[in-house]
Design a protein around this ligand. Structure first.
Ligand SMILES: Nc1ncnc2c1ncn2[C@@H]1O[C@H](COP(=O)(O)OP(=O)(O)OP(=O)(O)O)[C@@H](O)[C@H]1O
Ligand SMILES: [Mg+2]
Length: 418
């Protein structure tokens, strides 16, 4: 079958301008991509706006990259509509993201045997503002001994909302006084108490489709230096385990653009936060890793559209539980079995072959772009928009330096024999 197939990629955006601009630039430079049946696929992008829509209207987009649904209901409901009615490809399932807050995600991964730290859910400090709930809680909420629960977990511990995000309401608790102070001020937030992991290394893994980048992370540092440029900071087996955990989480929940936070102590990996849909990938945060992220977003988008990958609306949790419930397999064997399911879900082999066959020149194009004036303008514009004037010079130098380091490393990689 001959002919051209045009695809429109929609972007649902908030305040960010840098990665969308980078993505649009790289997509605009893509030549037609053949699919092996004689058809040629071309791509355009569009920033979507929020407006009334009929539930029976037909969207023009084939795939949407979304950064809004977690925060706002209107775009979230539009995404659900186009997923249910129109088979639009979404990188993250809005259904599981809504249902699987941190709490449910902890439960599911605990059942898989992952080393989620000991976690207890305690009732609201203040009843939610609703007559019936106040009545119900007065009648049925059992008194409980917060100190005894905390003592059972051990200090220091973390108190954080069951549906957390953006550090809202997170506190590290060192003693019973702090415990009561934090609980008393939790109000109507529903809280977990979680054992703290005294980690050697914090690893944050950014996954986009079939690829994952595990980065060393310092949560206490300011935004621009949280991701550290450090290679081989995990031994090879732990690095593979971190990739496996991230990929399994994503396959299990049908998420494809997500980051997973893991604490590593003495070679053991403890996942603590892994529902971060469409995480911050700004050039000022990701710096060195930014070209990789944008390139991978382009590759995964093109792969999904050209191969006609169907969005998987249903989950397949039972097949993971069938492995986790077996008593004859140890942790490593279970992880290996989950990894096979996850790799199948992401069609990792097919993706690699596709990229090698059809996107072979993208590495060089991204390198040329990252070394060129367009990219430098992106850095200057983003820093100018993000930081106060007296910090511009310093941060432009910072981002230029780290992305320049990527350019040097990538040039070496591309010029060395495979
Ligand atoms: N069990 C734990 N052990 C050690 N440190 C922890 C633990 N839980 C949370 N932290 C620390 O608190 C930070 C915030 O916790 P968490 O990631 O769960 O909350 P969040 O609201 O999702 O934050 P964000 O959106 O920034 O990721 C973590 O980055 C980590 O530094
Ligand atoms: Mg976190």
């Amino acid at each position: 079958m001959d002919g051209e197939v045009r695809h429109l990629v929609g972007l649902l955006l908030g305040t960010e301008d840098d990665w969308p601009r980078a993505f649009e630039h790289l997509v605009a430079g893509l030549g037609p991509v053949p699919d092996g049946t004689g058809r040629r696929h071309t791509f355009a992008t569009e920033r979507l706006t929020i407006e009334p829509f009929s539930l029976r209207s037909k969207p023009r987009t084939d795939l949407v990259i979304d950064r809004l649904a977690y925060w706002y209901y209107h775009p979230r409901e539009w995404l659900k509509k186009v997923a249910l009615m129109d088979d639009v490809y979404l990188l993250n399932s809005p259904f599981t993201f809504q249902a699987m807050e941190k709490h449910a995600a902890y439960c599911a991964m605990m059942r898989l045997g992952l080393k989620v730290p000991e976690t207890v859910l305690v009732p609201y400090k203040n009843p939610v503002d609703h007559d019936k709930y106040a009545f119900t809680s007065q009648r049925y909420n059992q008194p409980f001994d917060l100190d005894a629960i905390a003592a059972g977990i051990g200090y220091p511990l973390y108190m954080k909302p069951f549906d957390g995000g953006g550090w809202r309401g997170v506190s590290r608790i060192g003693n019973p006084d702090e415990l009561h102070r934090a609980y008393n001020s939790s109000g109507e937030m529903l809280m977990h108490l979680q054992a703290s992991v005294d980690y050697d290394v914090f690893a944050r893994a950014l996954s986009i489709g079939a690829e994952t980048m595990v980065m060393r992370f310092d949560p206490a540092a300011p935004m621009h230096s949280r991701y550290r440029v450090e290679h081989d900071f995990l031994d090879p087996a732990t690095g593979i385990e971190a990739i496996t955990i991230s990929r399994v989480v994503n396959a299990f929940f049908r998420w494809e653009f997500n980051s997973c936070e893991m604490l590593v102590r003495e070679g053991e990996v403890y996942p603590i936060d892994y529902a971060n849909a469409c995480p911050d990938i700004s050039v000022t945060s990701l710096h060195y890793y930014f070209p990789w992220a944008i390139k991978t977003l382009v590759k995964w988008t093109v792969f999904c559209l050209v191969t006609g990958r169907r969005p998987r609306l249903d989950t397949d949790m039972r097949s993971y539980f069938e492995i986790s419930d077996r008593s004859d397999l140890d942790y490593g064997q279970k992880l290996g079995a989950y990894r096979r399911l996850a790799d199948e879900h992401f069609t990792v082999g097919e993706y690699r072959e596709f990229c090698a066959a059809h996107l072979g020149d993208l590495d060089q194009r991204v390198l040329d772009w990252a070394a060129g004036p367009e990219f430098d303008r992106l850095i200057v514009d983003t820093v100018t928009a993000t930081y106060p004037e007296h910090e511009h010079e310093r941060f432009i130098a910072h981002v230029r330096g780290l992305t320049g380091l990527w350019v040097t490393d990538e040039s070496t990689r591309l010029s060395s024999p495979a």
